[in-house]
Write a protein that binds this ligand. Structure first.
Ligand SMILES: NC(=O)c1ccc[n+]([C@@H]2O[C@H](COP(=O)([O-])OP(=O)(O)OC[C@H]3O[C@@H](n4cnc5c(N)ncnc54)[C@H](OP(=O)(O)O)[C@@H]3O)[C@@H](O)[C@H]2O)c1
Length: 242
C-alpha cells in the first residue's frame, strides 16, 4: 500500500537517511526542516513528486497547525505516518543550566512534536487511516552521559508521550513507538573530539558508531504493515550499548 509519511529534519543526518529509506519503500515523504538542503533536493531530483518539502522552523509552535497541516497536509492529502526526527541538543553540565536555552530546546524537541502528533492523529481519524507515529529517542535516556541531562530529558518526555499515545489511540488503529538511537556520526555529534567518540564506542558491543541507515530501517519497519501489532514500544538501535 502506498503511504505518505511526514518526516521532520530531512535536510541532513538521520532525517535524510529516513527520507531515503521511506522513498526506497515506494512511499511518499512529506519532509520538513528549516532549509531545503542539496542532499534532499537530490532526492527530489530522483523521486520527483514523492519527495515533498515544506520549509518550517519547528520552534514556531504557534504556527504548526496553519503551516504544517492547513497548508502542507490538508485533509485532502492522505497521511499514514509521522516520524518525529528533528531535534536540537543543548549540552552542558546541569550546574550551568540556563532556562532560556532549555525552553528553546523543549519547543523543538517536545512541544512541536506533541502538537504535530495532535494534528496528525486528527488527520488520521478524519481520513480513517491506520496511522503510525515514530519518535526518535536517544540511548542517553537509558544510560546517562555527562553533559546530556537536559537533552536526554526531552527524549525521556517523548518516550512517555509515545507510550501513553499508544494506549490512548490504539483502539482507533493508531500506533506509536520510539526508536532509541545510539551515537551516530552526524552534525549533532560533530562537536565531540575523537577521544570522546572513542570512549563512547568502547561502551558498545560492536565498538562503533550507530549507522543512520540501520536506525532508518527500524523506522521503516515500525511504519509498515509488518509492525501492525507493535505499539507502545521502544526499539533500541545503538550498536549494543553496554
Ligand atoms: N547524532 C546522534 O548521535 C544521535 C543519537 C541519538 C539520537 N539522535 C537523534 O536523532 C535525530 C536526528 O539527529 P541528527 O544526528 O541527524 O542531527 P542533525 O544532523 O543535527 O539534524 C537535525 C535535523 O533537524 C532539523 N532541525 C533542527 N532544528 C530545527 C527546527 N527548529 N525546525 C525544523 N527543523 C529543525 C535540521 O534541519 P535544519 O537545520 O535545516 O532546520 C536537521 O535536518 C534527533 O532526534 C536526535 O536527537 C541523534
Amino acid at each position: 500500500m502506498s503511504k505518505n509519511i511526514l518526516i521532520t529534519g530531512v535536510s541532513q543526518g538521520l532525517g535524510l537517511a529516513i527520507a531515503r529509506a521511506v522513498l526506497d519503500q515506494g512511499w511518499t515523504v512529506s519532509g520538513v526542516s528549516r532549509r531545503l538542503s542539496g542532499d534532499y533536493a537530490a532526492l527530489q531530483g530522483q523521486h520527483g513528486s514523492r519527495a515533498r518539502f515544506h520549509a518550517f522552523d519547528l520552534s514556531r509552535t504557534d504556527d504548526v497547525k496553519a503551516e504544517l497541516f492547513d497548508k502542507f497536509l490538508p485533509f485532502e492529502t492522505p497521511l499514514h505516518g509521522y516520524v518525529n526526527n528533528a531535534a536540537v541538543a543543548y549540552d552542558d553540565l546541569v550546574s550551568n543550566l540556563e532556562v532560556n536555552r532549555l525552553r528553546a530546546m523543549y519547543e523543538v524537541n517536545v512541544f512541536a512534536p506533541m502538537l504535530i502528533t495532535k494534528y496528525a492523529i486528527r488527520h488520521m481519524l478524519f481520513t480513517r487511516a491506520a496511522g503510525a507515529i515514530v519518535h526518535i529517542s536517544s540511548i542517553s535516556v537509558h544510560t546517562g552521559y555527562k553533559g546530556l541531562a537536559m537533552y536526554a530529558s526531552t527524549k525521556g518526555a517523548l518516550e512517555a508521550f509515545s507510550k501513553n499515545t499508544a494506549r490512548e489511540w490504539g483502539e482507533r488503529g493508531i500506533r506509536s513507538n520510539c526508536v532509541v538511537a545510539g551515537f551516530m556520526e552526524t552534525a549533532m555529534s560533530g562537536t565531540l573530539t575523537a577521544a570522546q567518540k572513542e570512549k563512547i564506542y568502547q561502551r558498545t558491543a560492536l565498538k562503533r558508531a550507530t549507522a543512520p541507515a540501520s536506525v532508518a530501517a527500524a523506522v521503516c519497519y515500525l511504519l509498515g504493515e509488518g509492525a501492525a501489532s507493535v505499539t507502545g514500544q521502544n526499539i533500541v538501535v545503538d550498536s549494543g550499548t553496554i
